[in-house]
Design a protein around this ligand. Structure first.
Ligand code: ME8
Length: 521
C-alpha cells in the first residue's frame, strides 16, 4: 500500500462520443491543482486522466458517422481530448485509454480472477437501459417523455428514451458487499466527500444491493470476457478498472504497490459507480479500496447540468482564448465552493478577472516590481532591522498563516478555501502598500531605510504569493518568478513552506500578468 508521502489522484475517464465542454475541463483543472499542490509539498505524486472508449454509446456514434469505433475514438482523442489538457494547462502524468492493450489484458485478468473466486455467475436480466448513462435504470429513475418522445419512458438525466433489454449475462455478486461497504463508510467518514454525497451513498446501500450485470452479448465493441468470447465486458466494469491497470495492476506489483490506492475525483453524476460498485469490485479481488471518492458539483446552464447531449456545452477554448488558461482555472476553482453546483456566466467571469486577477493580484505584483525598479534600480532591498515596524511583522505572520491554512485546506480537498486563504495575503499586501505609501517615502531621503524595509516586505509577500498560487496560476506565477529574480522555478518551491522561499538579488521588468480584456458581445 502506498504511504502518506505519496498521492495518486484520478479524474473520470471521459466518453469520446463528443468533444469536451467546460464541465470536463473543470474536473481536469481541479485534479491538476490538487496534484500540483501535493507535488510541491514534496509528495510522490501521480495524476491520471484518460478516455472511456467502449460500449454502445461510442459504437452508435461511430456508426452514425460512418467510421469504426476505433477510428472514431482515435480521432476524438487526438483532436479533442488530449488537446483539452493543453488548453487548460493540465500537467497529468499519464493518459489511459480503455482501448490500450495494457488496459484490456488486465481487465481480463481481473475478471478471470473474480470468476475463479466464485464472484461471477450466469443469469438473466430484463430491464430498461439508458445508452447515455450506459446503465440499467430503476423505474423510479425514469419519467414520461414529451414532444417527440411522447408515450415513451425517458431517462431523467438524458431526456432520451430508454430501451427494454432482455439478456443472458454474467453477473457480479455485488449484493454480498453491502455490509462491508456500510462498515467502510462508517469507519472512514471521509471515504465519500462531501457530506451530502456520503449521505446519499449510505442511504442507497442501506436499501440493499442487487447483483450487477457485467457483460453484454448483443454487440462486440468491448473487452472480451476471457472464458466466453461471445460476451464483452460491461463498459462501466471495464472503465473503472482503468484506475489500477494504469499503475501496474496485473503486471508490475512494485509499481502498483507504490501508487495504489488513489483519491478519485468525479462529478456527482457518477458517484455511485465510484463509491459503491468500484470498492465492491476491489473487495472481491482482495485489493485495497480507494483513498477516497470526492464528488464535485455540476456546472449549470439555466439551472440544468451542462451537457453534451443537451447541446448546452461551452467549449473551454471559448474562455481561454479571451481570458487565458490561468483565469479559467482560477475562476472555476475560486467562484464555486468545491462540492457544490455552480452557474457559469460571462459577466461574473469578466468581473472577477478584472477585480481579483487584474486589480487584486496582477496589479500588486506589477507595482511592487516597478517600485523596486524605480527606487532601488532593480536591486532587491535588504532592509535593516532598525527600520522594521510591527506592520512588516504582521505581513510576515500573514504569509505563514496563509501558507498553513491553504495547505490544510488542500489536505481536505477544499480548493476554494485554499484560494481564499491565499487571497487574505493579497488583500493584506494591497492594504499594506496603501498604508505605507512607498512613493511618499521615496520623496524623502531621510526615510530611505524605511522605504527599503517596506519594499523588502512587499517583495517577500509577493514571492510567497507566487509560490502559493503556482498550482492555480502556473503561467502567471512563472512570469512573476522570473521578474522576482528568484532561484530555480516556482514549481520547485515547497508550497507547504511557501513563506520560506529563497529570495533573489535583482528584479526584472514584468508585463501585466492579466491584461485588460476588451468587452465583446
Ligand atoms: O461518465 N459540470 O464520462 P462522461 C461538472 N465515462 N462536471 C461535469 C459536467 C458538468 N456540467 N458534465 C460533465 C463518464 N462533467 C464515464 C466515466 S470513470 C471510470 C467513467 C464531468 O464523459 C464530471 O467529472 O460522461 C463528470 O463526472 C464527468 O464529466 C462525466 O464524463
Amino acid at each position: 500500500m502506498a504511504d502518506a508521502s505519496s498521492f495518486y489522484i484520478t479524474t473520470p475517464i471521459f466518453y469520446v462520443n463528443d468533444v469536451p465542454h467546460i464541465g470536463h475541463a473543470y474536473t481536469e483543472v481541479a485534479a491538476d491543482v490538487l496534484a500540483r499542490w501535493n507535488r510541491q509539498a514534496g509528495r510522490d505524486t501521480w495524476m491520471l486522466t484518460g478516455t472511456d472508449e467502449h460500449g454502445q454509446k461510442i459504437l452508435r456514434t461511430a456508426t452514425a458517422n460512418g467510421v469504426s469505433p476505433q477510428e472514431w475514438a482515435d480521432k476524438l482523442v487526438a483532436e479533442a481530448w488530449k488537446p483539452l489538457l493543453d488548453t487548460v494547462d493540465v500537467a497529468n502524468d499519464d493518459f489511459i485509454r480503455t482501448t490500450d492493450e495494457r488496459h484490456e489484458r488486465n481487465v481480463q485478468k481481473f475478471l478471470q480472477h473474480l470468476f475463479d473466486e466464485g464472484w461471477i455467475y450466469t443469469g438473466e436480466y430484463e430491464g430498461y437501459y439508458c445508452v447515455g448513462c450506459e446503465e440499467y435504470k430503476q423505474q423510479s429513475e425514469l419519467v414520461d417523455g414529451t414532444g417527440e418522445y411522447e408515450g415513451q419512458l425517458v431517462c431523467a438525466i438524458h431526456s432520451k428514451p430508454v430501451e427494454l433489454l432482455h439478456e443472458k449475462n454474467y453477473f457480479f455478486r455485488m449484493s454480498a458487499f453491502a455490509d462491508k461497504l456500510l462498515e467502510l463508510y462508517e469507519t472512514r467518514p471521509d471515504f465519500v466527500q462531501p457530506e451530502s454525497a456520503r449521505n446519499e451513498v449510505v442511504s442507497f446501500v442501506r436499501r440493499g444491493l442487487d447483483d450487477l450485470s457485467i457483460s453484454r452479448s448483443t454487440f462486440d465493441w468491448g473487452v472480451k470476457v476471457p472464458w466466453d468470447e461471445t460476451h464483452v465486458v460491461y463498459v462501466w466494469f471495464d472503465a473503472l478498472l482503468n484506475y489500477i491497470t494504469a499503475v501496474g495492476y496485473g503486471e508490475d506489483d512494485e509499481r502498483f504497490a507504490r501508487r495504489w490506492p488513489a483519491q478519485h475525483l468525479v462529478g456527482k453524476d457518477i458517484l455511485r459507480f465510484h463509491a459503491v460498485i468500484w470498492p465492491a469490485m476491489l473487495m472481491a479481488a482482495g485489493l485495497d479500496v480507494p483513498t477516497g471518492v470526492f464528488g464535485h458539483g455540476w456546472l449549470l446552464v439555466g439551472g440544468e447540468k451542462m451537457s453534451k447531449s443537451k447541446l448546452t456545452g461551452i467549449a473551454p477554448s471559448q474562455i481561454t482564448e479571451t481570458f487565458g488558461s490561468d483565469a479559467f482555472r482560477y475562476y472555476f476553482l475560486s467562484a464555486i465552493s468545491f462540492g457544490q453546483d455552480g452557474s457559469f456566466s460571462w459577466e461574473d467571469l469578466a468581473a472577477r478577472y478584472q477585480a481579483e486577477l487584474a486589480n487584486g493580484f496582477g496589479n500588486l505584483a506589477s507595482r511592487v516590481i516597478a517600485m523596486i525598479g524605480r527606487y532601488c534600480g532593480g536591486e532587491v532591498p535588504t532592509g535593516t532591522e532598525a527600520a522594521r515596524t510591527e506592520a512588516d511583522e504582521a505581513i510576515r505572520r500573514i504569509e505563514a498563516e496563509a501558507t498553513d491554512a491553504a495547505w490544510q485546506a488542500i489536505e481536505r480537498l477544499q480548493i476554494h478555501e485554499a484560494i481564499a486563504a491565499t487571497w487574505k495575503l493579497v488583500d493584506a499586501l494591497n492594504g499594506y502598500i496603501t498604508e505605507q505609501e512607498p512613493w511618499a517615502l521615496a520623496k524623502d531621503e531621510t526615510k530611505r531605510a524605511r522605504l527599503e524595509a517596506v519594499l523588502e516586505t512587499a517583495y517577500h509577500g509577493v514571492g510567497t504569493l507566487a509560490v502559493l498560487l503556482s498550482p492555480v496560476l502556473p503561467k502567471a506565477t512563472a512570469k512573476l518568478w522570473t521578474a522576482l529574480g528568484a532561484p530555480r522555478t516556482v514549481q520547485e518551491q515547497r508550497i507547504d513552506r511557501a513563506h520560506e522561499w529563497s529570495v533573489g538579488t535583482r528584479t526584472s521588468a514584468l508585463e501585466p500578468l492579466f491584461p485588460r480584456v476588451e468587452a465583446t458581445e
